[in-house]
Design a protein around this ligand. Structure first.
Ligand code: NAP
Length: 297
């Protein structure tokens, strides 16, 4: 069915670089983004930088650091990159120390780092489970706690944004590790929003739908042989997301314009999460989907 010729779908957003919030909204503020050197983390970092924020990219791979810094330099952003494996609380503390040395305190924390690979739950090794839950759930908690302790000690407010996925609230065949970890982060979002609101710290989540970018891992790409862009026909809005749209949502949620927004899971997915068919498509067990054991799958 040629859906594009039958329906307009959701309109495209204004182009990247178009102003959304007031210029200088983040002037003098520091934003630490875990995994900020690739994909969606990099795209969000760029939007914070356009609004005058100082950016701290925090992740493990120096090549990712260079890529993130180059993207930020291209929009005239001020940025540093610090080594960090979010699974280690001592490294988290060091990353915040380095951010403070460069720019003063961190005002906004984006917990974006993640690991993921599709696998039937029965085939998932304990190491694979620990790697993904360690990055997503432990890492989010360690970074959030470090951030909050420092904000409270400094007597300053702050904002945390946790990057989730649509399946954090439902079943996710092939992603048991990631879904369990993201569901845990959703729970943390709600709990920490309540615990830390009296200290002026807001905690929100942002759940992207399908957002193609250049840095998807080979494991994730294998499941989409036609490429991420070709996934537009799985979305009721008949298009995939643009990474700068996600950046706009992130900059809004962490800004003073959202000062009363906390404990919120903001979905940006063209209604993909709510999609249901009149009759569900034929059921295909996850082993057949991931390992392609059934030629018809
Ligand atoms: P990505 O390009 O693979 O980014 C993952 C990032 O996490 C990398 O920059 C990586 O940096 C960092 N990272 C991984 N392990 C880390 C660790 N132990 N310590 C510190 N950093 C670590 O993925 P993405 O597509 O941009 O996804 C970004 C976020 O959006 C994730 O939370 C993901 O679940 C969510 N999301 C994405 C989509 C989508 O369509 N793309 C949809 C829904 C949700 P290093 O390798 O340098 O450490």
């Amino acid at each position: 069915m040629d859906l594009k010729s039958m329906y307009p779908g959701l309109p495209d957003p204004p182009p990247a670089g178009h102003p959304m919030l007031a210029p200088g909204t983040y002037a003098g503020q520091t934003i630490l983004i875990t995994g900020g050197g690739t994909g969606l983390g990099k795209a969000m970092a760029v939007e914070f930088a356009r609004l005058g924020g100082n950016i701290v990219i925090a992740s493990r791979n120096p090549q990712h650091h260079q890529a993130g810094l180059a993207a930020l330099e291209a929009v005239g952003g001020k940025a540093i990159a610090v080594p960090l494996d979010v699974r280690h609380p001592d490294q988290v503390a060091r990353a915040f120390d380095e951010a403070e040395k460069a720019f003063g305190g961190v005002d906004v924390l984006i917990n974006n780092a993640a690991g993921n690979f599709p696998v039937p739950a029965a085939d998932l090794s304990p190491n694979g489970w620990r790697a993904v839950t360690g990055i997503v759930l432990d890492g989010t908690f360690f970074c959030s706690r470090e951030f909050a302790l420092r904000r409270v000690a400094a007597g300053k407010p702050g904002a945390i944004l946790n990057i989730l996925v649509a399946y954090a609230t439902g079943a996710a065949p092939g992603h048991a590790h990631s879904a369990a970890a993201k569901a845990g982060v959703l729970s943390l979002t709600n709990t920490l929003a309540v615990e830390w609101a009296p200290d002026g710290i807001r905690v929100n989540a942002l759940s992207p739908g399908i957002f193609p970018h250049q840095d998807h891992s080979p494991e994730m790409r294998k499941q989409r042989p036609q490429g991420y862009e070709a996934e537009w026909n799985r979305v009721p809005g008949l298009r995939t997301g643009r990474t700068h749209e996600l950046g706009w949502a992130a900059t809004y949620l962490c800004s003073p314009y959202a000062a009363y927004v906390t404990g919120m899971d903001f979905m940006i997915d063209g209604a993909e999460r709510h999609r249901r068919a009149l009759r569900q498509a034929e059921f295909v067990p996850i082993r057949q989907q991931v390992h392609k054991r059934d030629p018809g799958a």
